[in-house]
Design a protein around this ligand. Structure first.
Ligand code: ZN
Ligand code: ZN
Length: 291
């Protein structure tokens, strides 16, 4: 089950202390990256999407960006096994394939996302427009049984959003220009992981949210010389490095990679490393990482 990762992966784990796996396992907790790319051309990477496997079951999904439907099924994930979906925000590279993943089987799960704004619907409105009885894909409405949790992005408090067994999920707002956006944290019995999502790194409250976690997934789109709207939306590599170092995370996993050449990516990674000395894994689509 669950498809092998690319053979280059071992080479991409440059200083990591824990395992990237040839395939996810039947026991323990693993992160599988469905899409390690960002918006637009991303060097062949699918857009943002992640699975958390628990004892061989695909129970948790974070984001459902463009290209993740195909990856979801390549990974051997089962839509019936999904118990929780966390959408970080409603840019298409994080949310566009939600209906495709759950067509035609449908799904029954908890889902969370941000409150709305002038330019973005809330998670409830998004789901209503998309898969509600009068939505664009109303054909899915009778097949979906969703418990929706909306996280208020005007609050600077993190919020517990879901728990099951020994898993606790929480979310907090992060600054992504004017786009209502959430970071997610999952705490398991032994390990913890934060998905930082798209953000510009300007809110120190995020460092508290991520403090001491074992794994921090960062979204690397902004280059060090970015200006204008990109700089408002995305943290520069030096900022990601500073945040990871300040939060004293165990390991950084680089994802949402928009660089279209190895040289562009290497330039940003070198800057991160100047600011963060810990283990760093460069994400690849379908990569499985043992937590
Ligand atoms: Zn994005
Ligand atoms: Zn975004």
């Amino acid at each position: 089950m669950k498809v092998a990762m690319p053979s280059l992966t071992a080479l991409l784990c440059l200083t990591c202390s824990t395992s990237t796996l040839a395939e996810c396992l039947e026991t323990g907790v693993q992160l599988q990256i469905l899409g390690s790319g960002g918006p637009g051309a991303s060097g062949g990477r699918a857009s943002s999407g992640y699975l958390l496997w628990v004892d061989g079951v695909s129970r948790i999904m974070v984001d459902a960006g463009s290209g993740t439907k195909d990856q979801f099924y390549r990974a051997g994930a089962n839509s019936d096994d999904i118990e929780f979906v966390g959408l970080s925000h409603l840019h298409p590279d994080h949310s566009a394939e939600l209906p495709a993943i759950f067509w035609p089987a449908g799904g029954s799960f908890n889902i969370s996302g941000p409150t709305g704004s002038d330019d973005f619907p809330s998670i409830e409105k998004f789901l209503e427009l998309l898969i509600g009885p009068n939505g664009a894909y109303s054909v899915l409405a009778p097949r979906m049984n969703l418990q929706v949790t909306t996280v208020d992005t005007s609050s600077r408090q993190s919020m517990k959003i879901w728990s099951a067994d020994n898993i606790l999920a929480s979310a907090t707002a992060v600054p992504h220009g004017e786009v209502p956006t959430l970071a997610y944290k999952f705490e398991f019995a032994q390990k913890s992981i934060v998905f930082a999502s798209d953000q510009n790194g300007s809110d120190p409250a995020f460092i508290d949210f991520a403090r001491g976690v074992d794994y921090l997934v960062i979204h690397l789109t902004g280059t060090e010389d970015a200006t204008g709207v990109i700089a408002q939306l995305h943290a520069k590599p030096s900022v990601w490095g500073d945040m990871a170092a300040s939060a004293e995370v165990g390991q950084v996993i680089v994802s949402h990679i928009s660089a279209t050449t190895t040289e562009m990516l290497d330039e940003s990674l070198a800057i991160i490393r100047q600011h963060y000395a810990g283990p760093l894994v460069i994400g690849e689509d379908m990569m499985c990482i043992e937590l």
